[in-house]
Write a protein that binds this ligand. Structure first.
Ligand SMILES: CC(=O)SCCNC(=O)CCNC(=O)[C@H](O)C(C)(C)COP(=O)(O)OP(=O)(O)OC[C@H]1O[C@@H](n2cnc3c(N)ncnc32)[C@H](O)[C@@H]1OP(=O)(O)O
Length: 214
């Protein structure tokens, strides 16, 4: 079949539900998804077609060079692990309805979904997920591999450390610093700084566990 002309090409690493959202954003932005990879056959979404085996089992045989890649894996630690072993160029995916200030920066491999807003002077790291309708206000710093879930609201001057997950509908008041590899539960109200590796839930948010890295 003849490939359509004038399309930018991209590959997607991950073929689950999150991958479906990224694929749609890319296709609406005039990209052609040339290949999809996945390491876990059981995680493949029913709508994913022609999925190739990922790099985990045979790193040497993986086509590292070629079209740029987006790592479409929702679990932050897995996205970080995959980015560690891939030697690819990365693409970004920004839904056309997202509003991103001209003075904010977005790192490689990062995705910004429908209705998300990123206000001025914010810095979003690499391989970050800014999910549907999330609000990242001015002067935020979001670390690599973080995930800001749907409808989460980060006020001004908030920091979110590497790999941290801010759950759906969570609220973070101004100037709060969330450490690295934290989990902020769904609907949590974060009123003060959160130490690394904490899981915080409730209103006001309280730490229910601390998981040190393996
Ligand atoms: C497009 C998408 O789908 S994006 C996906 C976005 N995903 C999310 O936002 C999910 C966020 N995850 C959560 O909120 C989870 O409940 C977590 C991660 C905070 C906790 O999960 P677990 O570690 O499995 O904890 P567990 O379910 O055992 O709960 C521990 C305690 O915290 C409470 N708790 C858990 N989550 C919350 C919450 N969000 N708010 C208030 N209390 C909570 C539980 O009721 C339980 O209380 P108990 O000990 O009195 O019974």
């Amino acid at each position: 079949m003849k490939e359509p002309i004038n399309k930018k090409k991209v590959r997607i690493y991950g073929a689950g539900g999150h991958s479906q959202v990224i694929k749609e954003v890319l296709e609406k932005n005039n990209y052609l998804v040339t290949e999809t990879f996945d390491d876990k056959p059981e995680g493949v979404h029913h709508a994913s077609k022609n999925v190739s085996i990922g790099a985990r089992k045979s790193l040497a045989n993986f086509p590292h060079s070629g079209d740029p890649v987006i790592i479409a894996v929702g679990i932050n630690s897995e996205r970080a692990e995959i980015a560690e072993f891939l030697k690819c160029d990365y693409e970004k995916a920004v839904h056309h309805s997202a509003i991103i200030s001209d003075t904010s920066k977005i790192g490689e491999g990062t995705v910004v979904f429908a209705g998300a807003i990123i206000q001025p002077n914010s810095t979003i790291g690499k391989h970050v997920i800014i999910n549907t309708g999330a609000s990242v206000d001015h002067d935020n710093v979001i670390g690599d591999f973080a995930h800001i879930s749907p409808k989460a609201a980060l006020c001004g001057h908030v920091e979110v450390g590497e790999g941290s997950h801010v759950g759906v509908g969570a609220v973070v008041i101004p100037k709060v610093k969330i450490g690295k590899w934290c989990t902020i539960g769904a609907g949590t109200i974060v009123l003060k700084d959160v130490p690394d590796y904490s899981t915080l839930v409730g209103n006001p948010g309280v730490i229910i566990k601390t998981k040190k890295p393996n």
